[in-house]
Write a protein of this length. Structure first.
Length: 136
């Protein structure tokens, strides 16, 4: 009898997988850029939700919070990025990660939630794609 203890990944009774790595469902990462307000806003989402209304949601959010977006105050802009992150997370229920980035007056402000906060690989992928897309 050969020693196959390291190759066995299925349970004997019902053929269920031991680890979630084998049957994990990976949601796509989407990055969207908005330039309507004089500074770029990047929104990154790891989600299975339909994002047809994403543009309308972000534009509506920024219009509602217009007075906070045009001030020369770093903390206010940080709060606005965090508020947008929370709203996106609440709006899309199948979201695993939300990233919001403002680049205002040579100041890079980011707000991360979910997988972007917890997994280095998600951050590396997001910021790598963001870096690549700004150079294209």
């Amino acid at each position: 009898m050969t020693n196959l203890k390291y190759l066995a990944v299925m349970e004997n009774s019902n053929d269920r997988v031991f680890t979630k790595l084998v049957d994990k469902h990976y949601s796509p990462l989407v990055i969207r850029k908005y330039t309507h307000w004089g500074f770029p806003i990047y929104v990154g989402l790891i989600t299975d939700n339909d994002l047809t209304d994403l543009d309308g949601f972000v534009v509506g959010f920024m219009r509602e919070n217009m007075t906070e977006g045009w001030v020369n105050n770093i903390q206010t802009l940080r709060d606005l990025a965090g508020k947008l992150t929370e709203q996106l997370n609440a709006c899309y229920d199948k979201t695993e990660g939300v990233a919001v980035v403002f680049y205002v007056d040579k100041c890079f402000i980011s707000s991360l939630h979910g997988d972007f906060m917890n997994h280095t690989a998600c951050r590396v992928e997001f910021y790598g794609l963001l870096n690549m897309s700004t150079g294209v």
